[in-house]
Design a protein around this ligand. Structure first.
Ligand code: FAD
Length: 465
């Protein structure tokens, strides 16, 4: 009887899983393994993602058992674990879906070379729409501008998703759930339903219920008008190819929605653009894509950093976003932009510090999207927002949360303030504050910085580069 092992990483699904399909084609008996890797250079998932992984692996192990596959969840150095598992089960082949961070690629190549001397090792494309080397400019270079990348990508034939393999069910063995997750993540539970079926349901519900508002609504955080698929994508409970083809099919059946679907897909394509950068540049988690930004004189301001992390900056939109993140493991995109801008421009704290915090707190903390977007905000990314574009969180709030619903939801101590004052309580008349029960400096912090002055300081710092 031939036996194969599938090494799952960021692809916790049965459908459109090329590695799983290949293993089924080749072997009579398939086992899957997930490893919490301790190899040097491999970025360990953040706390929120570990919380998600534990639940997603439990769901997956049941689903895999339904098609005859046992899932093993291990911790250790990947090569050591793989060697042991391969030997224990007597497998003669190993399959995985590819990943793109430089350290991940180096480790995977090393393992392929070493284990390839003894068994068949095969990698597959499963985590992006187009692999980073399969899309290039007219002169054969990698893309540094999003517009032409999207123009090229949208015209490509994206491979059709693969159906889940079929097999005879085996008895489900519970996976060990004790992979360390932080206590603070437990409060995320009411906000999420985890797993492959939940991801597919969420996609369908998004098309039916929210797509119509998506192009405008996505900027208004109180509306929560986006798909919220990002944590599912991050863990591979759904593949980008599945989303792509489902969206195309929906547009085909509902012509009037075509433009909105295209807007949605153009956002999805930013994910591929970031993976393109992850593959083609130096480690984007650590290195500014535009080298001149390595010379930026960042400040060390631990108290201000702490205020930012805890949502105690005294700037309501920033605090609302940071508290939403802490409470749910998620933050709306516009608020991510303005909280990130506040950190690396108004506070002039290195974007890498903010990236780390998001990495730990976001259920969707993604190896390409998180640093890619932080670098976009900080001006050092490819096709980034220029450094001199400094979001003003007050005017952003007045524009995108005009009636203060978002602020009121996450900063309840301001909930009684009238709309007009909710974005800048420090400027509200005394009687208005008193009536709303707000004492600036007591019930809610004074702003930790002057937005205008710190804006000028940031511009000066950028000029010096
Ligand atoms: C500072 C900062 C950090 C971020 N960190 C992450 C992260 O760690 N993981 C992550 O998935 N996204 C990140 N984003 C991008 C974006 O905010 C989220 O993808 C989006 O808010 C997820 O919500 P959604 O699934 O409802 O998005 P939708 O609008 O429904 O979009 C669908 C999918 O498209 C992709 N997408 C949408 N916008 C972007 C974008 N700007 N860049 C890349 N892909 C995008 C995501 O995969 C998303 O799930 C970050 C943005 C900023 C400004």
């Amino acid at each position: 009887m031939s036996k194969a092992l599938v090494w799952l990483r960021n692809d916790l699904r049965l459908s459109d899983n090329p590695a799983l399909v290949a293993a089924f084609k080749e072997a009579d008996d398939v086992t899957a393994v997930f490893i919490f890797e301790t190899d040097e250079g491999i970025r360990a998932p953040g706390g929120a993602a570990r919380w998600w992984f534990n639940r997603s692996l439990t769901d997956l192990s049941e689903r895999l058992a339904g098609i005859g596959v046992h899932l093993l969840v291990e911790k250790g150095k990947a090569e050591t674990v793989l060697r042991r598992v391969l030997k224990d089960i007597g497998a003669t082949s190993l399959h995985w879906n590819r990943r793109y961070h430089p350290a991940e690629r180096a480790l995977d190549s090393h393992i392929k070379e070493r284990l390839g001397e003894e068994i068949a090792v095969e990698s597959h494309p499963g985590n992006v729409l187009v692999e980073p080397w399969d899309i290039a400019t007219g002169t054969g270079k990698s893309y540094s501008v999003y517009g032409p990348f999207w123009k090229n990508l949208r015209a490509l034939d994206i491979a059709e998703p693969l159906p889940a393999p079929k097999g005879k069910a085996v008895r489900h063995k519970r996976v060990d759930e004790n992979y360390r997750e932080p206590k603070w993540a437990k409060k995320f539970a009411p906000y999420w339903t985890i797993g492959e079926i939940a991801a597919q349901d969420k996609l369908a519900a998004f098309f039916d219920e929210r797509l119509t508002d998506y192009p405008q609504g996505r900027d208004f955080p109180a509306l929560a008008a986006t798909s919220h698929l990002s944590p599912h994508l991050r863990h591979g409970e759904i593949s980008p190819r599945q989303i792509w083809h489902a969206a195309k099919a929906f547009a085909h059946a509902h012509h009037a929605q075509t433009e909105r679907i295209n807007k949605f897909l153009s956002e999805l394509a930013w994910r591929d653009f970031n993976y393109h950068q992850l593959y083609h540049r130096d480690d984007i988690v650590r290195v500014a894509m535009h080298p001149k930004y390595e010379g930026m004189k960042w400040r060390d301001a631990p108290e201000q950093l702490e205020a930012w992390k805890r949502g105690r900056t005294g700037i309501p939109m920033v605090d609302a976003g940071m508290r939403e993140l802490w409470e749910t493991g998620y933050m709306e995109n516009r608020v991510r932009m303005l909280t990130a801008s506040f950190l690396c421009k108004n506070l002039l704290i290195d974007w890498r510090v903010g990236e780390e915090w998001f990495w730990d707190c976001l259920c969707d903390g993604d190896i390409a999207n998180n640093p890619g977007n932080w670098q976009w905000v900080a001006g050092s990314g490819m096709d980034a927002s220029p450094f001199f574009r400094i979001f003003n969180p007050v005017t952003q709030g007045e524009r995108f949360d005009a009636d203060g619903d978002y602020v009121r939801r996450w900063v309840p101590e301001l909930s009684e303030l009238p709309d007009k004052h909710v974005q800048q309580p420090w400027a509200a008349p005394k009687d208005v504050l008193a009536k709303a029960g707000v004492k600036v400096g007591e019930t809610y912090p004074e702003p930790i910085v002057d937005l205008k002055e710190t804006r000028e300081r940031a511009l000066e710092a950028a000029k010096a580069l």
